[in-house]
Design a protein around this ligand. Structure first.
Ligand code: IPD
Length: 287
């Protein structure tokens, strides 16, 4: 396990207390969103396309997270899905997804989560160090958390990635973007991957997908187009559970591609994804 370098933690701050705060934040926002879910959830606005929704509760959840962070760690920066970036002076940034799986939340499908992580360094997957994170699956209460060098847990019990025998018997999670053109490309990639694996799962929350990978409920995961808030907490949970998390062609995981799973099989899946240029334009990050 990797521990944070001394310069990555402000004086007197421990990974354990950051992790505890991530858990408190995610569960408090989860309670707010669960209790405030109306019988019929309405779309408050759309973002990147007409099928990329924001609900009133996405905003309320993020507001609560921001208020709690401002009260407890006023010197930290904030990068959240639904609001403006808040600068900080501590070197730490909280990366927030107030509801990951918003479409599931909208339709009443149970797979959605509050995802909270704290990173050192620039809040970008290529250069950050994720120090701690929590993914709280609100509908069923499952809570995964991890701290760098501390391992990962689900509801307090340690979790580890599975040991699938082969790619052909691996259950693979993935997701699709909100843009029709991107989805056409992702469908072509899926057509190449599907015959090579046991089956695919599209559960609708990247944060939960990474945690299911971490506890062995999925064998592998890949997705193009993740934002920092979709992946930050899930990445630390997955890596602390023993997963490799990478991009294609030796690049770090990020928006262009995130592939995760046990060493060996990740490389096998990545080779197939590289063959069909699944990160687009020979690996050039097109957002
Ligand atoms: C989305 C979910 C989905 C993934 C998309 C994400 P949102 O996040 O994580 O599983 O496939 O790429 O954008 O919009 O529900 O926060």
């Amino acid at each position: 396990m990797i521990s944070p370098a001394p310069h990555e933690l402000p004086d007197g701050v421990t990974v354990t207390e950051l992790r505890d705060l991530a858990v408190r934040l995610a569960t408090a926002a989860g309670t707010l969103v669960r209790e405030g879910r109306p019988e019929r959830v309405e779309v408050a606005a759309t973002k990147s396309s007409e099928v990329d929704p924001v609900t009133v509760m996405d905003r309320a959840s993020e507001d609560l997270l921001r208020e709690m962070i401002a009260a407890e760690r006023p010197d930290d920066a904030i990068l959240g899905e639904e609001g403006d970036d808040v600068p900080g002076t501590s070197g730490l940034t909280w990366v927030l997804d107030p509801i990951d799986g918003t479409v599931n939340y909208l339709y009443g499908v149970a797979s959605w989560a509050v995802s909270v992580a704290v990173v050192a360094g620039p809040p970008e997957p290529a250069s950050w160090t994720v120090l701690a994170g929590c993914v709280h699956s609100v509908a069923d209460g499952r809570t995964w958390s991890a701290g760098l060098g501390e391992g990962a847990t689900r509801d307090g019990a340690p979790v580890h990635v599975g040991a699938p025998a082969s790619l052909s018997t691996s259950l693979v999670g993935t997701g699709f973007g909100y843009d029709a053109g991107r989805r056409r490309e992702q469908a072509a990639v899926l057509a190449r991957v599907l015959p090579e694996i046991r089956d695919i799962r599209r559960l609708g929350s990247a944060a939960i997908d990474l945690c299911l990978l971490a506890d062995g409920s999925l064998d592998l995961y890949y997705e193009r187009g993740l934002n920092p808030w979709d992946m930050a907490a899930g990445v630390v949970v997955a890596t602390e559970a023993g997963s490799v998390v990478t991009g294609l062609r030796g690049r770090p995981a990020g928006n262009a591609m995130t592939v995760a799973g046990p060493a060996g099989l990740v490389e096998e899946l990545a080779r197939i994804l590289e063959e069909v240029d699944a990160d687009g334009a020979g690996g050039v990050d097109r957002g």
